[in-house]
Structures are given as C-alpha cells and as structure tokens.
Design a protein. Structure first.
Length: 145
C-alpha cells in the first residue's frame, strides 16, 4: 500500500525547480491526493484494527490471557506471557505498516496497557479503546510523515 504524498514530496518538487501545481496535482491541494490519502488512511486503520482483534481474540490462548497478569502465572512467569502477547501485536503492526519501529512502539504500548488493565482492573471496553487509540496514533503518524 503506497503512502499518501505529503509535504516532503512538495518540497522535493520545488527544490528541483518543478512547479507542483502545473498539472493540477499539487500534493497538498489536489482533491485526488486528499481522497487517496483518506482512503489509504482508512484502509490502514481497518487492517490494523482487524489484526488487533485477530491477535487479541484468536491468537491469544485462554492460558495466555489469564497468566499474563502478575500473580496469575502458573506455568511461566507472567512477564513472558505478556511480552509474547504484546510482541504478537507488534509483529502485526510492523508487517502491515512495513515500519518495524512502529511494531516496537505497538509492543511497548500494548504491554503497558495490558499490564495497567491487570493492575487497575479496568474494563475490557476501556482496554480495547486504549488499544484502538494506539492504532489511530500509528495511522496519524504514517499519514503525517
């Protein structure tokens, strides 16, 4: 999936002495860019949210869901379960976005949110809302840069 054309492309065009508006396709003002960028961002968000639900509800076993919390671990130390689960999410984000650093950020963010959920005992709804907020942030960063 290609990234939306952004400010850097406009800067490169003007640095080369090209007029980015000469054919009506200025990356910042062209309606085509806006629509394409919105569609690409929406498609990316859909993929990230879909992957999140697969990682959280399909790939996470009951044992992993229970034992990733401090004090609930029986077979492995809880940190191993939490890291394995969060890394699954990180891998999905890295593969979808082709940006390994975002995968690392997702791993860290997911681990923190799940750890806080266990410590503070907040609801599944709040847990999922925080995870989805992360996905919105990743899409925003990709579209912005």
């Amino acid at each position: 999936m290609g990234r939306p054309v952004g400010v850097r492309s406009l800067a490169k065009a003007t640095d080369r002495g090209q007029d980015p508006d000469r054919d009506g396709t200025c990356p910042l003002t062209s309606p085509r860019r806006s629509t394409s960028g919105t569609i690409n961002a929406l498609n990316l968000l859909i993929l990230l949210v879909g992957a999140h639900f697969v990682c959280d509800f399909v790939l996470q076993s009951d044992r992993m869901a229970q034992e990733k919390l401090p004090g609930a671990d029986a077979t492995l130390h809880w940190r191993w379960w939490l890291i394995a689960h969060a890394a699954t999410h990180g891998l999905a984000v890295a593969l979808i976005t082709s940006i390994p650093l975002l995968g690392v950020a997702e791993t860290v963010a997911h681990a923190i949110i799940d750890w806080l959920k266990g410590r503070l005992r907040f609801s599944l709804g709040l847990d999922q809302a925080l995870h989805l907020l992360c996905k919105l942030i990743w899409v925003g960063l990709i579209v912005r840069f």
